[in-house]
Design a binder for this molecule. Sequence first.
Ligand code: ZN
Length: 484
Amino acid sequence: MNYETVIGLEVHAQLLTKSKMYCSCSADYANTPPNTHVCPVCLGMPGVLPVINKQAVEFTMMTALALNCPIADFTRFDRKNYAYPDLMKGYQISQAYAPISKKGYVTIEVDGVTRKLGINHIHLEEDVARLMHRSEPGGEDYSLVDVNRSGLPLMEIVSEPDMRSAEEARQYLIKLHSILQYLGISTGNMEEGAFRCDANISIRPEGSQELGPKVEVKNLNSFKAVFMAMEYEAKRQRKALGEGKKLVQETRGWVDNESKTVTQRTKEYAHDYRYFPEPDLPPITIGREWVEEVRKKLPELPEARRDRFMKEYDLPVYDANLLTGSKTMADYFEEGVKASKEVSPKEVGNWLVGEVTRILNAGDIDIGEFKKKVSPDKLTALISSSHGQINAVTAKAVLEEMYKSGQSATEIISKRGVSQINDTGELEKIVAEVIKSNVQPVADYKAGKETALKFLVGQVMKASQGRANPQIVNEVLKRKLDEV
Ligand SMILES: [Zn+2]
């Protein structure tokens, strides 16, 4: 039997507010000692009263508008009872029944096909404390609790089960990440857990409308992990059914270094959490004027920027897509274009999509890291040098060294002595040497063998240590060969 994969993603994003979700503790707790960003509210002391963070509500509204989600007139918070040591109160204040926004969509492109993927809803909740599990040699195991993270505003974006492959799941996540980055409401840092994802995956016979038992995969903290975990699960579930086993609804964890999922617990159902309306917080009525005010704060979003890049800079859709996929990359491009009049936007785009992306992939770094070493104006200065001072091959090598050393193109070119040789007289000397020492290829060329010319050009380039201007070499070589 043929099966279809069904995937839905739940994405949690920490919001870049000044204070926590329900108290006035600073949300910027990075690099601070454990349990220093705490107060009676986020420590879950009895008798305290939480207060809703307005900025967090606005950030969630911005996200909703960017994801084509209508904003509810009325929203309310609920208590999610969940006895786990990372929750000081013994419950989490979340939104189960009246989230801020419902029913939107994003579009993604996979293999040239555009797909519209539904967003089920977007709601607000609070992050939990960090647990650090320790074990002493020969002693007992124990856990340390750091409450600094607890109470941080956490926005949850729940998709419809609309994805049909691991690649669609990956593209959806990349798109969402990009939109939040453009909105400037989350760092999106996946390694630090500021943007994390749980995936629900099931399979069903092709043509069936019913969903199979859902497996929730936790701990997916990179785009690659999402892709690999979904590939793994789709295969595992098909295999199990093929062997006549029964699939169960459960939670599994992704083990990155072993590239597999393992059972964690059988999945709870919503009623296990005994949700009820949070009695300590008032419901919020969202007036349409407020929505319009928030709408005005929306920046240019990835798709609009892509369309503008195509129009304003005359870029092909492929380049425009790659350049605007990340806000940092798009900013880098525009800074580069502004930095130099001698270099065309198309050239800056080509270098970013080509050589720069190659360096990013090889070093597994992002454009932000790259920018620390090679600023946009340094890149355009290099591109400008490749217009005559150095040849294309050298320019690529120089860029590599700029990234490694942080030096400018000019510094590297003068240090290495790699300036292009454009002087015809100097090139004629090298050509004469090459003709003299390559009797057979010269004879081949004379006999009409075109490939011999390429070989001879290569020899001249080699003799000049890659510095010769290839165009002039071609001309000089042909002319000299005619004289032989
Ligand atoms: Zn607090």
